[in-house]
Design a protein around this ligand. Structure first.
Ligand SMILES: Nc1ncnc2c1ncn2[C@@H]1O[C@H](COP(=O)(O)OP(=O)(O)O)[C@@H](O)[C@H]1O
Ligand SMILES: [Mg+2]
Length: 601
């Protein structure tokens, strides 16, 4: 773990070394000062020698100034080293997460990744600051002061030999109990972030279902849990202070008591006792600092483990050693493909899928919710890898391609599509950074997006708010389609991408595909039969398997599921209401089971 973290220090190595170096010099000065004090008192003040008093006083002042300068430098370098480490850690995390496959992200959850990149990195940053400054300062100070006090009076210094082990044991017990609590707290933080993220993203749904109170309760509950855990951990850590102080004052008392006796019997000077007490203070201060560092490290350790877990996570989509970087055509073939989100062959979301699609063919996919439509098409651009069997694109196993090449050739409009903050034109250029204004306008026109973009006061320069909240669902879908068209892909996948677009516009958009990307293999997942009716072939999905394949007419006679869906949608539209996606989704599911039975008989 330490090695992984150290790997992120990089250009801040110099600062990380300079800081402790200045700290050591600072401590050196601080340790000399009490020695000068002995002289000042014994040879100056007590001897009534004004010259000595002034000289030692002056030297002390100079030493104090130098020590101050070293202290400032140490602080400066410590700040730059720790902030630098944090910067590099965030960079490394972010960079690494970009290589993650969907299943890597499923593994950590988005909220947890956010906590790790923010709160956890800050914890490590604070701990690192402590380490380069205090963790060096305290032991050095402890050793020097201990050595000095031993030379001043060995017998009195024995008091420490009793004090240090007592403090050590106390600290060990505290930390051992606090660490597991901190580990738990950070997991709860993930949950908190998740609730916040979910709530803010879905704020419209929350409001329309009047679930605010429920959401506030949920948040309050988790927030309370963090409070409880933190107070428990802090209560444990709070024992540290009284323990230190008890031991510290006990030492002081012993030394003052015996020291006074020694002075009376003449075996010790006043100056020596004064300095000894200063050293005692220094020793106890360093012990206290050491204990604080330990506490800080305990807290940061939990964070560091979480950061390292992300950095060490192997992206499970790895490139072939000799990746193929040319995709000959858009032919797609699923060969006995099985797929499980958990990678577990016993829990398959797709079972034994066998399907050959020629380049340029248009395939419609229909089936109830959860029947595996999205799972199936996600295997084509390798958003996930097949668990069993192989997926071929252009006659090659998708795993043989360079992932970038593959994804550049496949444009996918996801069911949960996203727009990013920026202008409409910027969003569309995600499809092709070099696209001319004309190309953008053409794509927008074919996706039926130009009609509303032209109405906007700023046209293509209209700003899209975060998450695309200032465009309607149907407008967002059309923008996402335009973005995909600009890519001029070999394979185009539309996962339920026109669900919020009216039927007539939907038909116009589909006609557009034939114009702008005639040779493109197209997969259209839809709830409405009308969206797939003209496809070359239609695949009917059911419970993770392909239940039937054929043209519209073939399926009407061969697939009872398809026939049921078609008839229910025709009935609904003749009544004058277009079925909403929810209705359409619900219907096939009820007919699915009956259909299956009839087919197996
Ligand atoms: N990210 C995921 N992790 C685990 N299971 C998932 C995930 N996405 C979908 N599933 C499961 O896979 C099955 C098929 O889902 P999906 O392909 O999205 O269906 P469809 O697109 O046909 O509605 C469902 O049972 C669903 O619960
Ligand atoms: Mg889906």
């Amino acid at each position: 773990m330490i090695k992984t973290l150290m790997g992120s220090i990089r250009e801040y190595k110099k600062a990380s070394l300079l800081s402790p170096l200045f700290v050591i010099m600072e401590v050196g000065m601080e340790v000399i000062i009490p020695l000068l004090m002995v002289r000042l008192i014994d040879q100056g003040l007590n001897a009534g020698n004004m010259h000595n008093t002034l000289m030692y006083g002056l030297i002390m002042i100079i030493c104090a100034m130098i020590s101050l300068a070293f202290g400032v430098l140490a602080g400066k370098y410590a700040a730059s080293a720790s902030a630098g480490l944090a910067k590099n850690l965030r960079h490394d995390l972010y960079h690494h997460v970009q290589d993650f496959s969907f299943s890597n992200i499923d593994h950590f959850s988005t909220a947890s990744l956010v906590t790790r990149m923010t709160t956890d990195v800050t914890n490590v940053q604070n701990a690192y600051m402590m380490i380069v400054r205090v963790a060096v300062r305290a032991p050095v100070m402890l050793i020097c002061a201990l050595a000095m006090s031993l030379t001043l009076n060995a017998r009195l210094s024995c008091a420490f030999l009793v004090a240090v082990p007592i403090m050590g044991i106390g600290l060990f017990l505290i930390i051992k109990n606090a660490h597991p609590i901190f580990e738990r707290v950070f997991r709860t933080y993930d949950k908190l972030n998740n609730v916040v993220q979910e709530n803010l993203r879905g704020i419209r749904v929350v409001k329309s279902f009047v679930r605010e109170d429920h959401e506030i309760d949920k948040f309050g509950h988790i927030s309370q849990k963090i409070f409880d855990d933190f107070s428990k951990a802090e209560r444990l850590l709070a024992f540290n202070m009284p323990l230190m102080q008890f031991v510290m004052y006990a030492c002081m008392l012993i030394i003052a008591w015996f020291g006074a006796k020694f002075i009376v019997t003449g075996s010790m000077t006043t100056g020596a006792l004064t300095s000894l007490i200063t050293y005692v203070m220094q020793i106890l201060m360093s012990l206290m600092m050491i204990s604080m560092v330990f506490v800080m490290i305990t807290m940061a350790q939990a964070s560091a483990e979480r950061i390292v877990a992300v950095i060490n996570e192997e992206p499970d989509l790895t490139d072939n050693d000799h990746p193929v970087s040319v995709i000959p055509d858009g032919a797609v073939s699923f060969q006995h493909v099985g797929f499980s989100y958990a990678g577990n062959p016993d829990k398959l979301s797709l079972k034994d899928i066998h399907l050959d699609v020629a380049a340029g063919e248009t395939i419609g996919i229909i089936g109830g919710t959860g029947s595996g439509k999205s799972s199936l098409v996600q295997l084509i651009p390798r958003l996930y890898d097949a668990t069993l069997g192989t997926v071929l694109v252009g006659g090659q196993d998708v795993r043989n391609y360079d992932v970038k090449t593959l994804r550049n050739a496949v444009a996918m409009v996801l069911q949960k599509n996203e727009l990013f903050s920026g202008t409409i034109a910027e969003n569309l250029r995600w499809g092709n950074a070099a696209a001319t204004d004309e190309a953008i306008a053409t794509a927008a026109r074919l996706a039926c997006a130009s009609e509303f973009i032209d109405q906007m006061p700023d046209g293509y320069d209209t700003m899209i708010e975060q998450g695309g909240t200032n465009v309607s669902g149907g407008q967002k879908q059309r923008l996402c389609i335009a973005r995909a068209l600009l890519k001029k892909p070999k394979i185009l996948i539309l996962d339920d991408s026109t669900s919020a677009v009216d039927t007539a516009t939907d038909a116009t958009i589909r006609k557009g595909f034939k114009t702008i990307i005639p040779g493109t293999t197209t997969f259209i997942i839809a709830q409405r039969i009308s969206s797939v009716q003209e496809a070359d072939r239609i695949v009917v999905m059911d419970g993770g398997t392909i239940s039937a394949v054929g043209t519209h007419d073939e399926l009407l006679s061969a697939s009872p599921i398809y026939k049921d869906v078609y008839e229910s949608q025709m009935a609904a539209s003749s009544k004058g209401d277009t079925p909403s996606p929810e209705d359409a989704a619900a219907i096939p599911e009820s007919s699915v089971k009956g259909g299956m039975k009839r087919e197996t008989v």
